[in-house]
Design a protein around this ligand. Structure first.
Ligand code: SF4
Length: 342
């Protein structure tokens, strides 16, 4: 996407963003204040031979003004393999930075936000996975990409929300332990059943605190209030949401779906509000209703802390991994690329 080059251009885009939070009401004055920071970041990127990767859930001004690559976990993990620069500033959370480091061990990977966690990634440890391995010795261990490098190192194949169904359906083993998201796992079970794919799936108990909040009982209410409503949800939502949705998919797949649908239909987009913001400025004439669920981890990234990271990379949160863990985790991620390409 072409980067924004003036405060007025930035304001024009951001004034379409109204997901419901005061944090997302942008003024021209704010855009004017942001612009010197944007210019310094873009100059420092060149000076430090750095590149910025940003997840779709971070604040829209980061994506519009300084990000070199943006998108969902799968796209960003592919993008990370193409980076030529020495430093990757990853506006996202720690597990994503770890994936970038595993795929680019010689690069300096820095996370600008102070809250680097994720309720899913933090829900299970490698020790717990080792114990589960003993309990379920015949199962293939499939982990969602939202896991730490330590956890990936103990699993057979990693998946993202865009390829989980394809990979699990194609695994030779019919006994699967899927971790850590119990809601995505329940959605996976339903989808496998619907497609007559017979797999035994064991789940663990993690979930994303953002997607868990959506209440399936409210969908009917929204449909009644908004005739022709399209409900589009992420597979980290409750199965009661997925079953009532017109489309369920990763953030990248949701964008593709919305680009193909009737522009007149109102949309209830059930995922972190960063994607709502992006859709609002990319489709300013479209009606998006309800929903502002913010991830405190993703939103802890800001233009200010990206600038600080580039000014003082030596003080920034840098990803360091044990070689053995990185090699084992890489095998798990490579298995995902291999299965996804089949
Ligand atoms: S939105 Fe949920 S899964 Fe994504 S980083 Fe935040 S807590 Fe983790």
């Amino acid at each position: 996407m072409k980067k924004i080059e003036s405060p007025a251009e930035l304001f024009e885009k951001l004034q379409s963003v109204k997901p419901g939070s005061v944090l997302c009401n942008y003024s021209m004055e704010q855009c004017e204040k942001m612009f010197p920071i944007v210019e310094e970041i873009n100059a420092l990127k060149k000076e430090r031979n750095a590149v910025i990767l940003a997840h779709s859930y971070v604040a829209p001004e980061i994506i519009l003004t300084v990000a070199d690559y943006d998108g969902d976990s799968f796209k960003l993990s592919q993008d990370a393999t193409k980076v030529k620069e020495d430093t990757i500033v990853f506006a996202a959370v720690r597990f994503m930075g770890e994936t970038a480091k595993i795929l680019n061990p010689t690069k300096n990977v820095l996370i600008p936000g102070p809250l680097t966690g994720c309720s899913l990634a933090d829900s299970i440890t490698s020790e717990e996975v080792k114990a589960l391995r003993k309990k379920f010795p015949e199962h293939s261990f499939v982990c969602y990409i939202n896991t730490t490098a330590d956890v990936k190192a103990e699993c057979d194949v990693c998946v993202t929300s865009s390829n989980v169904m394809k990979i699990v359906a194609n695994l030779e083993n019919d006994k699967i332990l899927f971790l850590p998201d119990r809601l995505m796992g329940a959605n996976l079970k339903n989808e496998l059943k619907e497609k007559n794919v017979d797999k035994e799936i064991v789940l663990t108990s993690g979930c994303c605190y953002v997607h868990e909040q959506y209440d399936p009982d409210l969908i009917q209410f929204f449909r009644k209030q908004n005739p022709g409503l399209l409900v589009v949800s992420h597979p980290e939502c409750h199965p009661g949401i997925a079953l009532q949705s017109d489309f369920v998919g990763s953030t990248g797949q949701m964008v593709e779906f919305l680009q193909k649908t009737n522009k007149e239909a109102p949309v209830l987009l059930l995922t972190e509000c960063g994607l709502n913001a992006r859709m609002q400025y990319e489709m300013p004439d479209r009606q998006f209703i309800g929903s502002c669920s913010m991830c405190k981890y993703m939103k802890s990234n800001s233009l200010e802390n990206i600038l600080e990271t580039l000014r003082h990379p030596e003080k920034a949160h840098s990803i360091e991994l044990d070689d053995c863990v990185a090699q084992k985790a890489k095998k798990c991620i490579d298995a995902m690329f291999e299965y996804a390409a089949r």
